[in-house]
Design a binder for this molecule. Structure first.
Ligand SMILES: [Zn+2]
Length: 352
């Protein structure tokens, strides 16, 4: 039997003006000297005010800008956290700033506070870090769950709608990943049923409240943030990403390898992966497509600037990406099956 170890945030704050509560959260964590990991743009818009606020509350803060998502860059930031002897790192911004701060706190054993300024994927509260190895190959590592998550709705509501739609698509993908995880469970793998249910609930929230979410107003962003945080917790509870990353993610990772011209975001690719995998799990691909269209997320190869050939290739390659039980099995899809699936779900155009 496996021993389960849940590491969850001790504080999650979602609300208008939630940034005002950063000093009290840092006090709760016993942090008086901190490192804010962010980028120049976010610093100008939110970071400056946050630091003024912290200074007023006698919290000493340092700022570092993340330049890229390479291992070396994340190591540089971890070294800085160590040098400055901070008690906590704050990830303020998009995925890269949050990941860099998470990595630094994991490497140095400091507290970590996640303050996303957008919800473009499910990683705002997850313990995983995505980074690029020197050979540019993407790598995902289990680091640590945030000690606190603070989502200021007044800030996130201003994020580009495209990013929020991408976050929606990434979370909607849990419809498939939880089915893949259940398949693994039924085949005897130790997957947390609680984690699966949590991820399923996150996806269901989006399905049931798509009309409130679609305009990405305050209520919509609030629901999206809650769903993203639930996904992060599901990963923490399970100790790996299995409940939140199944065949729909394998497709997205495979597309990253085969497609050179695409200009899509991670969540957008996962959304298309979700449409593609739906028929295999007897889920209505039309429903997934409709939900994605409702938030203006892409639904075809053309929408994301990938060629039809690349989509087919990614489908035949997906099962090889990582050793994980999914509906694709260990042999994956034949080229013919991949082509049929992509045409059936209208991801590529039917042949004349
Ligand atoms: Zn994802």
């Amino acid at each position: 039997m496996r021993t389960w170890r849940w590491s969850l945030p001790i504080k999650v704050i979602i609300g208008e003006n939630a940034l005002k509560e950063v000093p009290s959260v840092l006090a709760l964590l016993g942090a008086k000297n901190i490192l804010v990991v962010t980028d120049e743009i976010v610093f100008e818009i939110v970071g400056k005010h946050l630091i003024e606020d912290l200074t007023r509350q006698r919290i000493k803060s340092h700022t570092v800008f993340v330049r890229n998502s390479s291992v070396q860059e994340y190591e540089r930031i971890a070294a800085k956290a160590l040098d400055l002897n901070v008690e906590a790192t704050i990830g303020l911004g998009g995925g890269r700033s949050i990941d860099a701060a998470k990595y630094a706190s994991y490497k140095t054993g400091k507290k970590f506070v996640s303050i996303p300024t957008s919800i473009s994927h499910d990683g705002v509260a997850s313990p995983t870090v995505s980074l690029k190895k020197p050979d540019k190959y993407p790598l995902s590592i289990m680091a640590k769950a945030p000690d606190a998550v603070i989502v200021d709705l007044n800030v996130v509501i201003k994020a580009p709608k495209r990013l929020l739609a991408s976050g929606f698509a990434d979370i909607l993908g849990k419809i498939i990943s939880t089915k893949d995880a259940m398949l693994a469970y039924n085949l005897g793998e130790e997957v947390s049923l609680t984690a699966i249910k949590l991820a399923e609930t996150a996806a269901n929230l989006l399905v049931e409240h798509v009309s409130e979410i679609s305009g990405f107003g305050k209520k919509g962003v609030e629901i999206l943030a809650e769903a993203a945080i639930m996904c992060g917790m599901a990963t923490s509870i399970n100790g790996n990403t299995q409940p939140v990353s199944g065949s729909e993610h394998l497709f997205s990772h495979a597309l990253d390898i085969v497609s050179v011209g695409k200009k899509s975001l991670h969540g957008e690719q996962v959304g298309i992966g979700t449409i593609l995998m739906a028929p295999l799990h007897r889920v209505s691909w039309r429903m997934i497509r409709r939900l994605l269209k409702k938030v203006n997320a892409p639904v075809t190869a053309e929408d994301i600037g990938a060629t039809e050939e690349e989509v087919i290739k990614a489908l035949t390659l997906a099962h090889k990406i990582r050793k994980r039980i999914t509906i694709l099995g260990s042999t994956g899809l034949t080229r013919e099956a991949a082509e049929r699936l992509a045409m059936l779900t209208k991801v590529i155009k039917p042949s004349k």
